[in-house]
Design a protein around this ligand. Sequence first.
Ligand code: C2E
Ligand code: MG
Ligand code: MG
Ligand code: MG
Length: 280
Amino acid sequence: ARAQGRDDLGAEADDALSQRRQRLLAFERALHRALERQEFYLAYQPQMDVATGRIVGCEALIRWRSTEWGEVSPAEFVPLLEESGAIIDVGAWVLASAAQQAAAWERAGLPLRVGINLSPRQFLAPSLMEHIQSALQSSGVSPGCIELEITESLTMQDVDHSIRLLQRCRDAGVMVAIDDFGVGHSSLAYALQFPIDAIKIDRAFVTHITRGRADRAIVRAVVALGQSLGVEIIAEGVENQRQCDFLEAIGVTQVQGYLIGRPMLPDQLEALARSYRREV
Ligand code: C2E
Ligand code: MG
Ligand code: MG
Ligand code: MG
């Protein structure tokens, strides 16, 4: 009887597992049809220049509105796209759409810099330059309006190769930023070697900046490094005025976060950029 009970429990666990697996499979199937079904769209989060108090740029962030699963967070699906390699095609779509949007703003007399996230796999794919060139050419945007965001962890792996790739991006006229700086394989020494235009300080440091001494010291060091390299320092995840004031006081040049605005649709971003004045 005891052995029987164990088998029942085992069978139940198997059922639960197979149900979870079925769900995941269905999710992945929906995800891999999302591109052709045109279920992806981009939201844009504003970035404010601290010196002028104006919106000077934004970051394109992918969104998935699934017919079956509703609005799904990129934290849930970007890693799956990365794993399967589908991020290369989806990433090419992101590059093309964000470049189109940047070109439209430029034509409308609003030359915003648009940040575009590149995943590790996309960065290392042989098709990367082709996708960048094609996004630039078909949109007609000034390459200087595009800033590619690359996470530090992947640029670490093969330093010489990464430097060559980043240099090719910059030769194409686009800007390059290190994203999520300070988390993962962070090392100031590595960052010094890369040909970059901007460093984006991760939200994790900004969150505790008005309280934690260690985070404050790290951000100060990154800002000092950025100043000596002549690169832009963008702080992510700025949610309140105290954080913003502190970041400004230590020399951060641009801020992005809910304080300035959440990721929003292009028309809203345009309206905000045209009307925005920093509160004093
Ligand atoms: P990320 O590149 O570091 O983007 C910043 C994330 O922080 C965004 O989350 C944004 O909505 C969120 N955020 C911005 N300001 C604040 C704030 O003040 N407070 C808080 N709590 N959060 C804030 P999101 O849109 O969910 O994107 C998450 C990540 O997914 C991104 O992190 C990026 O790594 C990835 N991702 C998004 N779009 C793309 C894409 O087109 N391609 C690739 N490869 N990855 C993408
Ligand atoms: Mg980013
Ligand atoms: Mg980031
Ligand atoms: Mg982040």
